[in-house]
Design a protein around this ligand. Sequence first.
Ligand code: AP5
Length: 215
Amino acid sequence: MTINIILLGPPGAGKGTQARRLVEERGMVQLSTGDMLRAARSSGTEMGRRVAEVMDRGQLVTDEIVIGLIREKLAEGGKGFIFDGFPRTLAQADALGQLLAETGNSLDAVIEMQVDDEALVRRITGRFTCGNCGEVYHDDTRPTKVPGVCDACGSTDLKRRADDNEDSLKTRLLEYYKKTSPLIGYYYAKGKLAPVDGLAEMDDVAGQIAKALGG
Ligand code: AP5
């Protein structure tokens, strides 16, 4: 059975971590607007430069840009999408509904990853990722087995994100509470919301998501 889901939660809630597991375990397609925007910023274009400034401040990129990115991906076809970090505003949520309908898809569930702000600061400031394969690590909760070497692909290109500092995180959290958290009520009203305890161990969170998706 093919399903399309949204992973909804504040910065550091574990959306990327769980999305990668769903890709591995269920062969789903991860559509992370954060990853797409990071690819755009390293493209060296004028648009990429503007995107980089906004992201580093911790603010949201315009709806027009991110909806355009998702539209392109959905037009490529495929099934079983994980929307990771999208939608983040009501306008994006409405646009996603329309794009799914136009491409003959539907939305099955919105996994709301519940966490508290204190845990987010620890998670964000300890995070690093592999520049080659995108695997996500943490200094304390998920270090690499061999220091400086990615467990998944063996690359030594391990990086910290420019927006993973306490100042940007404050803005990212404010943006989340002002613009993204209204989506919790939006999807609750549509009967799609499935809350999970994002503070649990990673395997436990994965189990809760599997249960919400029907095993
Ligand atoms: P984006 O890349 O989407 O970042 P984010 O939403 O801030 O989320 P993160 O990637 O920081 O966290 P995550 O929830 O994926 O957590 P992770 O799994 O890595 O967006 C970045 C920027 O792009 C935005 O600020 C904005 O500017 C722009 N943007 C993106 N989408 C946009 C949109 N739709 N509209 C407008 N602008 C947009 O986990 C974090 C850490 O915790 C890791 O180290 C991990 O190992 C650890 N961890 C994970 N789970 C657990 C657990 N259960 N227990 C202990 N540790 C855990």
